[in-house]
Design a protein around this ligand. Structure first.
Ligand SMILES: NC(=O)C1=CN([C@@H]2O[C@H](COP(=O)(O)OP(=O)(O)OC[C@H]3O[C@@H](n4cnc5c(N)ncnc54)[C@H](O)[C@@H]3O)[C@@H](O)[C@H]2O)C=CC1
Ligand SMILES: O=C(CO)COP(=O)(O)O
Length: 320
């Protein structure tokens, strides 16, 4: 079954590169002709400029043409997923749509598989998520990710199709758990970056990671996820990576908040809008997610990092 990627950013290109090493010819859809020309003529993607692409990776601005592939990797930012799927006019009956984005949609208040199911009910939704920097995948470094698909037969087929010599996929049918882990870890990573940027130390970061993980599990359980999914690669695994590495844009965005520095607005920082969506979701479900709420306020510049920490420290004492 053929593979195509919608979105020519760092992650989509890195996945295309990884799959091309296994002999797949991969087509990429990009919305702008400059990116398409760069991939087809210079064999470089603008978001991964240091890495040469093989001839087997080609690009097009014609989304209906690219979207004919049996497996479509959706690697646009989360808030662009719905609009991207809406651009595809042809029905995608039985095609496997694998979300590669991390977040919660601000309009629908669902993760990517919910957006896919809503926009293209005739397709099979899945998600590929977990600890991996695009640059590591592009350099063929060892990586393990979660492939979640409610249809286990389709999930097994995807697991085999998308695993490579360096990229090992574990499978689950718990799409809600997998997508919420990936979405929420970005919010907690912003909190951790802000904590380190403000000079509050590694002990405070460990507290935020642990209590943040409790918030991730609380929300996911409320929405029907399995706790063990949150403890896997897509939750705890990605939380550990993103909260401790300066390669993470979410973590670096938090660092900039803590240091009072300006952050490059052209970079994709999924945790900001996801914090807002998660806050609305928490209000609707009547659950308490104080770290996520503070990240929303600090990200919207409504509260300073120092005020947010004071608020978190002064909440009523409780059982762990
Ligand atoms: N970069 C990484 O290391 C990883 C990224 N991801 C996820 O992959 C998703 C994409 O991230 P990156 O590839 O890193 O982003 P990026 O910033 O490198 O690229 C985003 C791409 O999407 C395109 N785009 C932006 N808005 C669009 C819109 N409205 N319609 C259509 N296309 C649009 C941009 O032109 C660009 O080609 C995010 O959800 C991210 O969390 C997941 C794992 C690793
Ligand atoms: O999701 C990622 C690592 O798993 C990439 O993190 P950032 O989006 O914060 O760069």
């Amino acid at each position: 079954m053929s593979i195509a990627v919608l979105g020519a950013g760092a992650f989509g290109t890195a996945l295309a590169l990884s799959l091309s090493r296994e002999g797949h010819a991969v087509r990429i859809w990009a919305r702008d002709p400059e990116t398409v020309a760069s991939i087809n003529e210079a064999h470089r993607a603008p978001r991964l400029p240091d890495i040469a692409l093989p001839d087997s990776i080609t690009a097009s601005t014609d989304i209906d043409d690219v979207a004919q592939a049996g497996t479509l990797l959706l690697a646009v930012p989360m808030q662009a997923l719905h609009a991207t799927l809406a651009r595809v006019e042809a029905p995608l009956t039985g095609q496997r749509l694998v979300a590669c984005c991390k977040g919660v949609d601000l309009t629908e208040l669902t993760g990517p598989t919910g957006v896919i199911a809503h926009a293209k009910p005739e397709a099979i939704p899945a998600i590929l998520t977990g600890p991996s920097f695009a640059d590591d995948i592009a350099r063929d470094l060892p990586t393990a990710l979660t492939l979640a698909c409610a249809d286990d037969a389709a999930g097994k087929a995807l697991q085999h199709q998308l695993s490579t010599g360096a990229l090992r996929l574990y499978r689950t049918t718990d799409t809600i758990g997998a997508e919420l882990g990936g979405a929420l870890k970005n919010v907690i990573a912003i909190a951790c970056g802000a904590c380190i940027g403000e000079g509050l130390g590694d002990s405070a970061r460990a507290a935020l990671m642990t209590r943040g993980f409790a918030e991730m599990t609380r929300l996911a359980a409320k929405l029907g996820a399995k706790p063990e999914t949150l403890a896997g690669l897509s939750g705890l695994g990605d939380l550990a990576l993103t909260c401790t590495s300066e390669l993470s844009r979410n973590y670096r965005f938090g660092l900039a908040l803590g240091r009072g520095e300006v952050f490059d607005a052209s970079l994709t920082v999924e945790g900001v809008k996801t914090a807002e969506a998660v806050r609305r979701l928490a209000e609707r479900l009547e659950i308490d997610l104080p770290i996520c709420a503070m990240v929303h306020e600090v990200g919207a510049r409504d509260t300073s990092v120092a005020e947010a920490i004071r608020y978190l420290l002064n909440r009523p004492l409780k059982e762990e």
